[in-house]
Design a protein around this ligand. Structure first.
Ligand SMILES: Nc1ncnc2c1ncn2[C@@H]1O[C@H](COP(=O)(O)OP(=O)(O)OP(=O)(O)O)[C@@H](O)[C@H]1O
Ligand SMILES: [Mg+2]
Length: 281
C-alpha cells in the first residue's frame, strides 16, 4: 500500500486517492472561490455553507453527497444564479454568475411542473421561454419522454402522474434544449430502484455522448460512485468540503461496475465520513 498523498486520508488504497482541485486555473467549467451562504431570517441567521473552493471541469460528471440540511440544494441554487452567495464568487465558463443564466438545465429536488400545462408542454417550457423553434424541438421532447417511459402520457396534466413520473418529466424538461451544463438536485430520489438504475445508465450515456458538464446531488453513495468522475463529500451544516474523491472506474460503465472491488471500497470509504460525523443518509 502506498503512503497517503494527503495527511487526512484514512488508510488510502493505491487507487483511491483523495484528490485536490485538479484544474484550478482553468476558465472552463464551474469555479467556486470562497462561496458561502448564511440565510437571514427574523428568528436569526442560519449559516448553511462555509466558504467553499472547488472547480468542476468542463465535461466532468461531478457528484455531491452530504447529510440532509448541509446546504447541497443551496449550493446548486447559487450555481444556477437563482440565489446570491453571501460571500465569494462563482464563475461558469469564465463568467461571474449574478443572475439565472442561459445554458443550464436544472432538475430541482421537487419536480416543479406547471399544473396547468400538460406533460409535453411542461417539457417544452424552456423552448417557449427561450423562444426557440417549437417545430425543431417537439420531436426531441417526445423522444425524451419515450426514453424515460412516459410515452402516451404527453397530454396528461401533472396531477394525473405519480411523483416519480413527474420527476422523470422534469428531467426531460432539463434536457430538451440540450444545455451544456446540467444541475441536478436528487433527480432520481422519487424513482423505484429499477427505474433509477435505468435512468443512471441513460444519464451517463447522454453525458458521455454530448460532453455535458453535470453537477448532481444525491443521498445515495453507491449512485454517486457509479455515476461520478469525482465525488465531493460534504460535512454537516454549515456544509464544508470533507473530501473530494476520484472515481477510477473505466467508462463506459455498466451496472457490473458496482461489483468491482474499487467501487465497493470507495463506497465504504465515503460511508465512513458519515459514521464519523454521526449521521447516516
Ligand atoms: N430560504 C431559507 N431560509 C432560511 N433557511 C434556509 C432556507 N433554505 C434553506 N435553509 C436552511 O439552510 C440549510 C441548508 O438547506 P438545503 O436545502 O441547502 O440543504 P440540503 O443539503 O439540500 O438538504 P436535503 O438533503 O434535506 O435536501 C438548512 O438548514 C435549511 O434549514
Ligand atoms: Mg436539498
Amino acid at each position: 500500500m502506498k503512503p497517503a498523498t494527503q495527511s487526512h486520508v484514512d488508510q488510502p488504497g493505491a487507487h483511491l486517492r483523495l484528490v485536490s482541485d485538479r484544474a484550478a486555473g482553468d476558465k472552463s467549467g464551474i469555479k467556486l472561490s470562497g462561496v458561502s451562504k448564511t440565510y437571514r431570517s427574523r428568528d436569526g441567521d442560519v449559516p448553511s455553507l462555509r466558504p467553499l473552493d472547488f472547480h468542476i471541469n468542463q465535461g466532468e460528471f461531478f457528484v455531491v453527497v452530504g447529510p440532509s440540511g448541509c446546504g447541497k440544494s443551496t449550493l446548486l441554487k447559487m450555481i444556477s444564479g437563482l440565489l446570491p452567495p453571501t460571500t465569494g464568487e462563482i464563475l461558469v465558463e469564465g463568467e461571474q454568475v449574478t443572475k439565472p443564466h442561459g445554458n443550464v438545465g436544472i432538475v430541482f429536488q421537487n419536480a416543479l411542473l406547471l399544473p396547468w400545462r400538460n406533460i409535453l408542454s411542461n417539457v417544452m417550457l424552456p423552448i417557449d421561454m427561450k423562444k426557440l423553434s417549437r417545430e425543431k424541438y417537439l420531436p426531441r421532447a417526445k423522444e425524451l419522454l419515450k426514453l424515460v417511459g412516459l410515452e402516451g402520457f404527453e397530454k396528461k396534466l401533472p396531477w394525473q402522474l405519480s411523483g416519480g413520473m413527474q420527476q422523470r418529466a422534469s428531467i426531460c424538461r432539463a434536457l430538451v434544449h440540450d444545455p451544456k451544463i446540467m444541475l441536478m438536485d436528487e433527480p432520481f430520489g422519487a424513482l423505484d430502484a429499477m427505474t433509477r438504475e435505468r435512468m443512471n445508465v441513460e444519464l451517463m450515456r447522454i453525458q458521455r455522448e454530448t460532453g455535458k458538464t453535470v453537477l448532481l446531488i444525491t443521498h445515495s453513495i453507491p449512485e454517486a460512485v457509479f455515476l461520478a468522475d469525482r465525488v465531493l463529500v460534504m460535512t454537516e451544516r454549515p456544509g464544508a468540503i470533507a473530501a473530494i474523491y476520484d472515481v477510477p472506474l473505466p467508462r463506459p460503465r455498466s451496472l457490473d461496475a458496482m461489483s468491482d472491488p474499487v467501487f465497493t471500497e470507495l463506497v465504504q470509504r465515503i460511508r465512513k465520513h458519515f459514521f464519523t460525523q454521526g449521521s447516516l443518509d
